[in-house]
Design a protein around this ligand. Structure first.
Ligand code: SF4
Length: 412
């Protein structure tokens, strides 16, 4: 075992033990798991067609990943046709540089929740470049103030109970905030409302991208995406290339399965954004920059996804919809929450870490935490065989194949 790997395991084990004794985590996770199970089974009862739709989406994702190069090309052409600007970023550094170049310095930026943003450390990079960046998702905002990272791909602050949120907000806002969820939500709403309308740039990701139309489909409940993609004069979408499917109709199927397994009967908002805001109301002359952004950019990020797509076993990891269902079923996650220096969490997160977020050594502690019990596969709408992938990655560690995958060997 290399020195780096030993250190990675040592730090991770300490954190894991500490987390398993943390009563804040225990309280918050047990509340969240209970709520998840109740709402998802209710949603499945009300919308019994969902498993059949999930089977259809599995095929859509398999075909899309197999045809990703052509779909990327088509999606980029569609964005440009819609008067947006499309970029392809081969790796993390290129993605960061493209976004920073568009934004410049000393700007106010409002940003939606995005696991890709976490993968790139996008907020931190833009702050280093001299910008003021605000997370607009409530959970991400809590973590920004707490200097913490997400513990769940869908509910980033799942490990922070209301009592701790009250402490964090009281300190930041300089006044006593009670541990009352409605009041905690209200104080952030007031604070961010001001930022949306002062912001120069809004950044979002997308849950699905339709290549034929260049439509970015974004699912949310809070309304922060609506505000941060409509109020500032510039909107930048930063999205992984694995999110592209051929048609708008297919993107809607993927979206429905995503939100259903993410425990929503139906989300409060689904945005379909395909270009800058425009109007033709005066003499039918199309003019860009009406009420919404005048400039629209899409950065398609690879950062190891092509390498994953080319591997028969691991390409299925790209089918992940980021619904988060597997984590609620994971027996390890239920005791410890998830993030101990890793962006992607749980069994599926160990695979993503190996390919796009640090490499095989970084992923090793996660790979050996996984029990390979298969409960995640039963919950997963894409039936991703996480135990098989974890087993193969462990083999590669044992056989000293750290350099075979990960950042060192990304496709160009
Ligand atoms: S692995 Fe499956 S259950 Fe887990 S987040 Fe991805 S799609 Fe959802």
């Amino acid at each position: 075992m290399s020195g780096d790997l030993q250190k990675e395991f040592g730090d991770y084990t300490k954190n894991l033990n500490r987390a398993s004794k943390d009563t804040n985590i225990e309280t918050a996770i047990s509340r969240a798991v209970k709520a998840y199970r109740a709402t998802v089974s209710d949603a499945m009862e009300r919308y019994p067609h969902t498993p059949d739709l999930a089977a259809e989406v599995r095929q859509i994702k398999t075909d899309s990943i197999a045809n990703n190069d052509a779909l990327l090309q088509q999606a980029m052409e569609s964005v440009e046709r819609n008067k947006g600007k499309a970029f392809y970023a081969r790796d993390k550094q290129q993605a960061l540089e493209i976004v920073a170049e568009i934004i410049g310095k000393e700007k106010i930026v409002v940003k939606g929740k995005s696991m890709l943003g976490e993968e790139l450390h996008l907020r931190e990079y833009l702050e280093e470049k001299g910008n003021e960046v605000w997370e607009s998702d409530l959970g991400e905002f809590i973590l920004q103030l707490k200097h913490d990272r997400p513990m769940h791909i869908l509910s980033p602050a799942i490990h922070v109970p209301r009592e701790q949120v009250a402490e964090i907000f009281s300190k930041f806002f300089g006044r006593e905030v009670p541990p009352d969820i409605a009041q905690e939500v209200a104080i952030v709403k007031d604070f961010l409302r001001d930022k949306y309308f002062k912001a120069h740039v809004g950044i979002s990701s997308a849950n699905v991208v339709a290549a034929d139309t260049g439509a970015m489909v974004i699912i949310e409940n809070e309304g922060n995406i609506r505000l941060s993609t409509a109020a500032p004069p510039v909107h930048i979408v930063v999205v992984g290339i694995e999110k592209i499917v051929p048609t708008f109709q297919e993107s809607m199927k993927v979206a429905e399965v995503t939100w259903r397994y993410a425990q929503y009967g139906v989300p409060s908002y689904v945005s379909m954004i395909s270009g800058p805001s425009k109007t033709g109301d005066i003499e039918k002359v199309t003019t860009y920059g009406a009420h919404g952004p005048r400039e629209f950019y899409v950065v398609f990020v690879d950062n190891g996804r092509t390498t994953m797509a080319q591997d028969e076993l691991f390409s299925q990891a790209l089918h992940c919809l980021r619904c988060g269902g597997c984590m609620y079923e994971c027996p390890v996650f239920q005791v410890t929450a998830g993030n101990f220096g890793h962006t992607y969490l749980g069994g599926i997160g160990s695979v993503w870490t190996a390919f796009v977020a640090g490499g095989l050594e970084k992923a090793a502690p996660l790979l050996y935490t996984c029990l390979r019990c298969g409960r995640c596969v039963e919950r997963c709408p894409m039936q991703i065989d996480v135990p098989a992938m974890v087993g193969e990655l462990r083999n590669r560690i044992v056989n000293g194949e750290e350099k075979e995958i990960g950042l060192d060997s990304q496709a160009s």
